[in-house]
Design a protein around this ligand. Structure first.
Ligand SMILES: *Cc1c(COP(=O)(O)O)cnc(C)c1O
Length: 425
């Protein structure tokens, strides 16, 4: 386990959420309360894992039925034109773009985050062919580290793993690429996205941001910070469904020169000419690879309807408020539990991580009581706070369940031990 990158913050003397009534009051003035009805949530469960797999949007089943019965079943191959299948990656990309501060024509949807990260890292490194190092985040998500190492082997680069604090010192004239996550998947710490981008650009490096735990959780404003490349998931806070396709952002200024490694026929300038040689499409369509998973993409498209009329500023305010509730509760009522996530609002994403003596068993005990969070080895309980469908009272009550599980020792029941479960998820 790498050293905790988050310095301890002082516990606030003035909790905002001191009692359940404070949660009730926050819900009474919640401008996002209307959005919960846009989801199909199971009764009797509090879902605090939307940062891992977003829940089902109510608009999705009908869209899937239509995709199967009408589009596939009746319109068959004509759907590529008649039902807009061909243009779906860019259409979806533009909709995602509105949630990440990207003007139209810079986001393409498809494939997995791992694949899109490979695309972005290689293309970014190819913009700086004379430079030999790639800087990635120490303790970043495994796939991000593994893909970066592979890209480095492929291109003959050296990978340096650094923390955000060490970045300025590590950058030099040999840095081709800097690849960081906007929100740390374990601690929930929010990076200084604008600052890191500026610092890396001053050294002449190209930046690849991973928005997996940020897209749909907070506004990132990729265009405004002059981001270069970004990638992110479809199935976390964007609620696109299990295995939903990911997406890639390529700033418009880089598109003419972006040399992407996976040169599939959907990214060709003239795909239906079926030419023997590759010639990339102009614009973001060059980021397309091969035939996309249409059913998943149509589900994702329907899921994005939950964002209609939602202000990202309001979303952020509620997300921070839910985070504050979890932190205040843990500080005041959960002895022996350490808040790992930064306490300052501007340094937090939308999940809170708590360090517990036996986080695995506590997580299992919570799930048995209808509170679904997740465990991250070795000792973190991660609670995802998606503002579109969670209320303050629901989160308060879930924290009360956690308190009971811990104070009663119920989590020590053998049924919740790792050996009883057999697998670690
Ligand atoms: C969730 C997540 C991924 C997932 O990658 P897949 O290819 O979709 O499995 C990658 N990176 C980060 C930072 C993530 O949080």
């Amino acid at each position: 386990m790498p050293a905790d990158p988050v310095p301890a913050d002082p516990v606030r003397a003035d909790p905002v959420f001191a009692a359940r009534e404070d949660a009730v009051a926050a819900d009474d003035r919640d401008p996002l309360a209307f959005a919960r009805a846009r989801f199909s949530l199971p009764a009797g469960r509090t879902y605090l894992d939307g940062n891992s797999l977003g829940p089902l949007a109510a608009s999705v089943p009908g869209a899937i039925d239509d995709a199967i019965a009408r589009q596939w079943g009746r319109d068959l191959i004509m759907s590529w034109n008649d039902n807009g299948w061909w243009t779906l990656p860019g259409r979806l990309g533009d909709r995602i773009g509105r949630l990440i501060g990207a003007a139209a024509g810079q986001v393409s949807c498809g494939d997995s985050t791992s694949v899109q990260l490979f695309q972005a890292l290689v293309a970014a490194a190819r913009l700086r062919p004379e430079r030999r190092t790639m800087i990635i985040e120490a303790g970043g998500f495994p796939t991000d580290q593994y893909i970066a190492d592979s890209v480095a082997r492929l291109l003959g680069l050296t990978v340096w793993r650094v923390t955000a604090d060490e970045l300025a010192h590590a950058l030099d004239q040999d840095t081709a690429v800097v690849a960081f996550s906007v929100v740390d998947y374990r601690t929930g710490e929010l990076a200084d996205v604008a600052g890191v981008t500026r610092t890396a650009h001053l050294a002449g490096a190209v930046v690849v941001w991973d928005l997996c735990h940020a897209a749909g959780a907070l506004a990132v404003e990729l265009d405004a910070i002059e981001a270069d490349f970004a990638v992110g998931c479809g199935y976390k806070y964007l609620n696109g469904g299990p295995g939903a396709p990911a997406w890639i952002y390529i700033a418009r200024r880089h598109q003419p020169s972006a040399d992407l490694p996976l040169t599939g026929w959907h990214g060709h300038a003239d795909p239906f000419a079926l030419a023997a040689d590759y010639s990339p499409a102009t614009g973001i369509d060059r980021a397309r690879i091969g035939t996309p998973p249409l059913l998943s993409m149509l589900a994702f498209e329907a899921a994005l309807e939950v964002w209609d009329g939602v202000s990202l500023a309001t979303l952020r305010t509620k997300s921070l408020s839910l985070g504050r509730l979890v932190i205040d509760f843990a500080d005041a009522r959960l002895p022996g539990v350490e808040v790992v996530t930064p306490r300052q609002d501007e340094r937090r994403g939308s999940h809170v991580a708590l360090r517990l003596p036996d986080a695995y068993a506590a997580c299992q005990a919570l799930i048995a009581r209808g509170v679904i969070g997740d465990f991250r080895a070795p000792d973190l309980l991660r609670l995802g706070l998606a503002p579109l469908y969670l209320s303050h009272v629901e989160v308060w009550d879930a924290m009360t369940v956690l308190r009971e599980v811990l104070s009663s020792g119920a989590y020590r029941d053998a049924a919740y031990s790792r050996t009883a479960r057999g697998t670690v998820t």
